[in-house]
Write a protein that binds this ligand. Structure first.
Ligand SMILES: Nc1ncnc2c1ncn2[C@@H]1O[C@H](COP(=O)(O)OP(=O)(O)OP(=O)(O)O)[C@@H](O)[C@H]1O
Length: 740
C-alpha cells in the first residue's frame, strides 16, 4: 500500500499530509528540469510518467516508509483498504441475493449514502510553469483542506486520492469492485466522474484521453477504472455457474442530444423515453453482446473514438459531451432455497464521464465551443440542482427536477432511486482553479448527503414466486417447530406426507376433543394452520405446473417464431432475386398496395425497440486489420446489417436448376445480375415474340406476387398472434425453471 490515498491515520505523522506535501515540494523543484525535457508541452501521459519516474524515488520512499514502519499504524492503514472504502461499507450490509436480500417491496434496510471519493490530480505543465501555489492539503481519514487566501475549507469524503495515486490505487480503493459485485447480484450500479474541465475525469475513467487517438491503447498501467472493471467483471462472472451475458451500450449527450457511440453508421439523435417498468431509457440504442474482455475493450475504444472532443485553453483533449457506457449483466443463479429454480438477476453497471464545467474566460472557447460549454454547464447545473434536492432531507420527498435535462433523466435511477452510486470528484491542486475546485468539493459534499436504497429489480413473476417461497419456508419452519413441540415426526414427502398430514389432523382433532378449553384454541389454531398450509402447498404446485406450461408454451412459440423467420428470409431472398432481375412487385391492379415490407428483425423480448445484435451474429474472428487501428468487435463493423442473404435452395449454386418448376408450374426468375433463360423459356422465346415473353413474365410475376401477398398475410397474422402471445408470456422468458 502506498501513501497516496489520504484516508490514512491522521495521527500518523508519516501519513498522506506529510509525505504528500513532501512530494509536492519535490514536484515543484523538479518542474524546472522537466519543463526543459518537455519543452513546455503538457502531455498527460508524460505528466503521469514524470510523476512515476521523476518522483519515483519519492513515491518509493513513501511506500517504504509506510510499509517498513513496522508498527501498528501500518497495519491499521492497510486494514482500511481490504476491499472496502475507508468509511463503513458504503453500500449497506448485504451484497448477495440470498433469501434475505431486499427486493423491490421488501422492507429490508439497505439505506445508505452515496459513496463519494475525491481524486486530486498532479499539477500539470501549465500550472507548474506558472508556479501555481498548491492549495490542497491532505489530513488523512479522507479529509482534504483547501488552503488559500480567498478560501479555507475542509471536506471529508469516503476516500481521497492524492496526486501521486496510481490508476491501480483508484480502482482498488474507490469501491468500484464492490459496485461490480453488486451489479452481478442484480443491482443497478453507476460510477461517475465529475469536476472542472481538465481535472482528470477521463484520465480516471479510461486513462489518458489522447491515447485513444489513432487507435492506440492506454498502456496497461495507465488504464482507467473502466478497463480494470471489465477485467474484474469478467473474472467474477467466471465464478457464476449458470448462464451469464454481458450487453454493452455506449452513448454520449452532446449539446443536449443523445448520440449512439456504437452505431455511427446510422448517426442520429435518439429519444429518451419513459416507461413504468424501465424508467427513463434511450430508444433504439445499439446493444452489443460481449463475452470477453477484448469484446468490452473494443466497445470502449469504438466509443472513445467516436466521442466529441475538442481542444481548448484548459485541456487539449477535452470531452465536449457526457458519455455513458452501460453494461447489462444477466446471470442465472440457482435459488439457494430451491435447486430446481433459477433466478435471473439483471444488474447494470454504468460508467459516466461527465463533460467538465468550464469558465469560458479561462478555456478561451471558440463560438462553437461556446454553445457546447453552455449546454455542458446547463446540464451540470440541473444535475447540481437534483443533487441538492436529493441531499436535502426536506426536499428529498418533493419534486426533483430530473426532467430538466437528458443527463439527469438518464441518471435519475442512479441518483435518487434504487441504484448504487459511486461519485469520483476530480480536482486540480492549483491555486489558479481554487474556486472551481471548491465548487466541485461542495458539489461532492452535497452528493454525499444523498441517501439511496438499493433494490434488486426483478421480474414480477419471479418476485411473486420468491415471496411465496419465502412464505412457504417460514411456514415450513413453523410447522416443523410445532410438530416438534407435539412430538410428531418431521414431515416426510409425497404420499407419505399426505397420510401423515391426515394422521396429524386426526390426532389434532382427538386431542382437541380431550383438551381443556384453553388448549382447544391452540388446537383450533393448529387445524387452521394445517388447512392454510395445505392450501399453500396446492398453490405452490399449481404455480409450478403453470410455470412448466408457460415454459413449454414459450418454447413452442420460439420455434414457431423461428419458422416464421425462415419464411420471411425466404421471402426476402425472393424479393432480392426479383429486384436483381429488375422486376417490380407493385401490382398493376392495385398500384397503391405497398410493396412487401419485411417484418422487424427478431428481437429478444426485452429489447424489442433496441438495436440488438444476436448472440451468435458475427461470432467469427474479425478480418486481419493490416495495420489499421484495431476495430471494435466484428459485430460492430456493420452493426445493423443482417448476414448476407443466400438465394433460396433451388436457386443456389448459380441459376435455375434444370427442370425446376415453380409451384405454379412456371420456371422461377433467376438469381444474379444477368438474365439467363431456362431451357423451357428458350423454347418459348423461340416460338413467341419479344412482347409475348414480356407478358408471360408479367403474368408469372403477378402470380408470384399474389403468392407473396398470401404468405405475407399469413406471416403478419402469425406475427400478430406471436407478438400478442409474447407480450403475455414475455416476462416469463427471464425466468428459467428446470424440473428434474
Ligand atoms: N492523475 C493524473 N495523473 C497524470 N495526468 C493526469 C491525471 N489526471 C489528468 N491528467 C492529465 O491531464 C489532462 C486532462 O485530463 P482529462 O482529459 O482526463 O480531464 P477531464 O476532466 O476529462 O477534462 P474535460 O472535462 O475537459 O474532458 C490529460 O492529459 C490527462 O492525461
Amino acid at each position: 500500500m502506498n501513501g497516496v490515498i489520504s484516508a490514512g491515520n491522521k495521527k500518523d505523522p508519516r501519513n498522506g499530509n506529510a509525505s504528500v506535501s513532501g512530494s509536492q515540494k519535490d514536484l515543484r523543484t523538479m518542474s524546472g528540469s522537466q519543463k526543459d525535457v518537455r519543452n513546455g508541452n503538457l502531455s498527460a501521459s508524460s505528466s503521469q510518467r514524470d510523476l512515476q519516474n521523476g518522483s519515483g524515488s519519492v513515491n518509493g520512499s513513501q511506500r517504504d516508509l509506510r510499509i517498513n514502519s513496522g508498527d501498528g499504524d501500518d497495519e491499521k492503514y492497510r486494514g482500511k483498504f481490504t476491499g472496502k472504502s475507508t468509511l463503513k461499507n458504503p453500500f449497506g450490509s448485504s451484497t448477495t441475493l440470498s433469501s434475505t436480500a431486499p427486493t423491490e417491496n421488501s422492507g429490508d434496510d439497505l439505506d445508505d449514502h452515496i459513496n463519494v471519493v475525491l481524486r486530486v490530480r498532479p499539477a500539470n505543465g501549465q500550472e507548474r510553469d506558472r508556479k501555481d501555489q498548491l492549495v490542497t492539503k491532505f489530513h488523512g481519514e479522507g479529509r482534504v483542506e483547501v488552503d488559500h487566501v480567498s478560501v479555507n475549507r475542509s471536506f471529508v469524503y469516503n476516500v481521497v486520492f492524492e496526486p501521486e495515486a496510481l490508476q491501480e490505487d483508484v480502482f482498488d480503493h474507490s469501491g468500484v469492485k464492490k459496485l461490480i459485485d453488486m451489479s452481478i447480484n442484480g443491482y443497478a450500479c453507476t460510477a461517475f466522474a465529475f469536476g472542472q474541465t481538465g481535472s482528470g475525469k477521463t484520465h480516471t475513467m479510461t486513462g489518458p484521453p489522447q491515447q485513444f487517438e489513432g487507435g492506440n491503447h492506454p498502456e496497461s498501467d495507465m488504464q482507467g477504472v473502466i478497463q480494470r472493471s471489465f477485467r474484474y467483471l469478467v473474472q467474477q462472472l467466471g465464478q457464476v455457474t449458470g448462464n451469464k451475458t454481458i450487453k454493452a451500450s455506449y452513448l454520449e449527450i452532446y449539446n443536449e442530444q443523445v448520440i449512439d457511440l456504437l452505431n455511427t453508421n446510422h448517426r442520429r439523435y435518439l429519444n429518451v423515453r419513459w416507461s413504468k417498468n424501465k424508467g427513463f431509457y434511450v430508444e433504439n440504442l445499439f446493444i452489443v453482446e460481449c463475452e470477453t474482455v477484448d469484446d468490452l475493450m473494443a466497445v470502449l475504444e469504438e466509443g472513445m473514438r467516436n466521442r466529441q472532443t475538442g481542444s481548448h485553453g484548459l485541456n487539449e483533449f477535452s470531452s465536449r459531451s457526457h458519455s455513458m457506457l452501460t453494461l447489462t449483466v444477466d446471470t442465472e443463479q440457482v435459488d439457494p432455497d430451491d435447486e430446481n429454480l433459477y433466478l435471473t438477476k439483471r444488474g447494470k453497471l454504468t460508467f459516466v464521464d461527465l463533460a467538465g464545467s468550464e469558465k469560458v474566460k479561462d478555456s478561451g472557447s471558440s463560438a462553437e465551443m461556446l454553445i457546447e460549454s453552455n449546454n455542458i454547464n446547463r446540464s451540470l447545473l440541473v444535475l447540481g440542482n437534483c443533487i441538492s434536492s436529493l441531499g436535502d432531507p426536506k426536499k428529498r420527498q418533493g419534486h426533483i427536477p430530473y426532467r430538466d435535462s437528458k443527463l439527469t433523466k438518464l441518471l435519475a435511477d442512479s441518483l435518487g432511486g434504487n441504484g448504487v452510486t459511486l461519485m469520483i470528484a476530480c480536482v486540480t491542486p492549483s491555486a489558479y482553479h481554487v474556486h472551481e475546485t471548491t465548487n466541485t468539493l461542495r458539489y461532492a459534499s452535497r452528493a454525499k448527503r444523498i441517501k439511496s436504497k438499493p433494490v434488486i429489480k426483478m421480474d414480477p413473476r419471479e418476485k411473486l414466486i420468491l415471496s411465496l417461497k419465502r412464505e412457504i419456508k417460514i411456514l415450513r419452519n413453523e410447522n416443523h417447530y410445532l410438530r416438534e413441540q407435539l412430538e410428531f415426526p418431521a414431515k416426510p414427502k409425497g404420499d407419505l406426507q399426505k397420510n401423515n398430514d391426515e394422521k396429524f389432523m386426526k390426532m389434532v382433532k382427538d386431542m382437541q376433543s380431550k383438551a381443556s378449553p384453553g388448549d382447544k384454541d391452540l388446537y383450533a389454531m393448529l387445524q387452521e394452520y394445517m388447512i392454510e398450509n395445505e392450501a399453500l402447498r396446492n398453490e405452490n404446485s399449481e404455480l409450478h405446473r403453470n410455470k412448466d406450461q408457460l415454459h413449454r408454451d414459450h418454447q413452442s412459440l420460439s420455434k414457431h417464431n423461428e419458422r416464421l423467420q425462415v419464411d420471411i428470409e425466404k421471402l426476402q431472398r425472393m424479393d432480392k432475386v426479383r429486384h436483381n432481375n429488375g422486376e417490380s412487385y407493385r401490382s398493376p391492379q392495385n398500384s397503391s398496395k405497398p410493396p412487401y415490407n419485411p417484418p422487424p428483425q427478431r428481437l429478444p423480448p426485452n429489447n424489442q425497440n433496441q438495436g440488438y445484435v444476436s448472440p451468435t451474429a458475427g461470432r467469427g474472428k474479425p478480418p486481419p486489420s493490416h495495420g489499421q487501428p484495431k476495430r471494435p468487435p466484428h459485430r460492430l463493423s456493420e452493426p445493423l446489417m443482417r448476414p448476407a442473404q443466400l438465394p433460396p435452395e433451388h436457386l443456389q449454386n448459380g441459376y435455375v436448376e434444370e427442370g425446376y418448376m415453380s409451384p405454379r408450374g412456371r420456371p422461377p426468375i433467376q438469381n444474379g445480375g444477368m438474365r439467363q433463360e431456362s431451357p423451357m423459356r428458350l423454347t418459348d422465346s423461340r416460338r413467341s415474340s419479344q412482347s409475348s415473353t414480356a407478358d408471360t413474365i408479367k403474368s408469372i410475376n403477378e402470380k408470384l406476387k399474389q403468392e407473396l401477398y398470401d404468405i405475407e398475410g399469413q406471416i403478419n397474422h402469425h406475427h400478430l398472434v406471436n407478438t400478442r402471445t409474447r407480450s403475455i408470456y414475455g416476462s416469463q422468458t427471464s425466468m428459467r425453471s428446470v424440473h428434474r
